[in-house]
Write a protein that binds this ligand. Structure first.
Ligand code: ITT
Length: 185
């Protein structure tokens, strides 16, 4: 079985490839830009994105909308995570966190999957905190400043290890459960 991963982000494709390889599902990277509606809801972005992609006649695909939510910044960057990463970047986030006592944060990942004519939507969360500086060269986006265990950043872990604990890894496990219930895998 083949699933298209529709994203501009090759890092996401690597993570999906690692998560699905044991099921014999092959991931194919497809660049197909779709509108990411401005909303406070990851699920809404995914629902609208899936509608738009289906209208183009594409089937059997995955999209995900993810974000980093920092408690002391009232959930910022949250749904503006892509914009904040492109503009202020990790250094800008660290600056905003200067002197902040509570560094708790969570990553969320909402996956929308179109498969065999069915729609599956799941959301995975990973609780953690913002580190004091950037650590590691792996991963992508906010990985160098996020730690789930207070020790290593996601950028210091191989993909396989990040997937064990990450928001996307947790969302994929929920997705696979749903696929099993529907006898897709
Ligand atoms: P697509 O929308 O094209 O899939 P994107 O990178 O813009 O790719 P998102 O909108 O889902 O993806 O992500 C919002 C931001 O959060 C973006 O800057 C990502 O790099 C970052 N991000 C998402 N997942 C992440 C992860 O697992 N680790 C670190 N940063 C992540």
């Amino acid at each position: 079985m083949k699933l298209k991963v529709i994203t501009s982000n090759p890092g996401k494709v690597r993570e999906y490839q690692d998560s699905f390889s044991h099921l014999g599902i092959e991931m194919e990277h497809l660049h197909l830009p779709y509108d990411e509606v401005q909303t406070s809801d990851l699920e809404e972005v995914v629902t609208k994105g899936m509608e738009e992609i289906r209208k183009k006649g594409v089937r059997d695909f995955i999209i995900d909308d993810s974000g980093l939510f920092i408690d002391d910044l009232k959930g910022f960057p949250g749904v503006w995570s892509a914009y904040a990463q492109k503009t202020i970047g990790n250094k800008g986030i660290l600056k905003l966190m200067d002197g902040v006592g509570n560094r708790s944060a969570r990553f969320k990942c909402c996956i929308g999957c179109d498969i065999n004519g069915e729609t599956i939507m799941v959301t995975g969360v990973c609780e953690g905190s913002i580190m004091d500086a950037e650590h590691g060269n792996g991963g992508f986006g906010y990985d160098p400043i996020f730690t789930y265990d207070g020790k290593l950043s996601f950028a210091e872990m191989p993909t396989e290890e990040k997937n064990k604990f990450s928001h996307r890894g947790n969302a994929v496990r929920l997705l696979i459960d749903e696929m099993k219930k529907r006898n897709i895998v």
